[in-house]
Design a protein around this ligand. Structure first.
Ligand SMILES: Nc1nc2c(ncn2[C@@H]2O[C@H](COP(=O)(O)OP(=O)(O)OP(=O)(O)O)[C@@H](O)[C@H]2O)c(=O)[nH]1
Length: 222
């Protein structure tokens, strides 16, 4: 899913009637401006401190992994353009601080989000126990139309797992999930696919084919 769009036009040489006489029939290349996005969507990544929100954003946008990420202060964002069903979608991804003291700053970014990714760490019970607190934030600040994606991260640390898949499934139901989606996302490609799926549903929603879903999946960003 390459975001860049480039048309290379060969002039002259091939006997084109439009070839510039000044170039003496030599071939030349002209870069066209990128095709504008058909849709612009904002998504926000929330969850407790250290669950891997920044890592998720970095993995999704740049396919990189930071072993020792600095804790996010306030908010940060990155842009990624994806193509779905021939439509170009520009995603603005907001990465928020997990520390509670930043809630007054981060809450301002919920409203415009079409997709909310709520992350917990499968090896840290407290990050799972915090989910109702994050759901309250969503209820209070987010749009009712926003899609919710629940992500259990650090699947590569299976031996240290505390939060079972069944427990997470129950929580997902509690959060009014209409479609449950689970996967092991050891590879970026599947992460990309499934994150795109979230926005596919948002896109459907936007085109007023009412189709709401919440998804649960578990990842490793290593
Ligand atoms: N083993 C493993 N470590 C991960 C994974 N994802 C993130 N980490 C590590 O977890 C730590 C915290 O990751 P961050 O992405 O900074 O977490 P965050 O949720 O953005 O943290 P705050 O900004 O403090 O809220 C870092 O040391 C990452 O390298 C994963 O899938 N597996």
């Amino acid at each position: 899913m390459d975001s860049r769009y480039e048309i290379k036009r060969m002039a002259g040489g091939g006997g084109s009637a439009n070839a510039s006489p000044a170039l003496g029939g030599q071939s030349r290349r002209r870069k066209m401006p990128p095709r504008p996005a058909d849709y612009k969507l904002q998504m926000i990544i929330i969850g407790s401190r250290g669950v891997g929100k920044t890592s998720l954003m970095e993995r999704f946008t740049d396919d990189t992994f930071c072993e020792a990420c600095k804790s996010t202060v306030g908010v940060d964002f990155k842009i990624k353009t994806v193509e779905l069903r021939g439509k170009k979608i520009r995603l603005q991804i907001w990465d928020t601080a997990g520390q509670e003291r930043f809630n007054s700053i981060t809450s301002a970014y919920y409203r415009g989000a079409k997709g909310i990714v709520l992350v917990y760490d499968i090896t840290k019970q407290e990050t799972f126990d915090d989910l109702p607190k994050w759901m309250k934030m969503i209820d209070k600040y987010a749009s009712e139309e926003a899609e919710l994606l629940l992500v259990g991260n650090k699947l590569d640390c299976e031996t240290d797992r505390i939060v079972t898949k069944q427990t997470a499934e129950r929580a997902s139901l509690l959060f009014q999930t209409s479609l449950l989606f689970q996967a092991s996302l050891l590879f970026q490609a599947s992460l990309l696919f499934q994150t795109s799926l979230l926005f596919q549903t948002s896109l459907l929603f936007q085109t007023s084919l009412l189709f709401q879903t919440s998804l649960l999946f578990q990842t490793s960003l290593l």
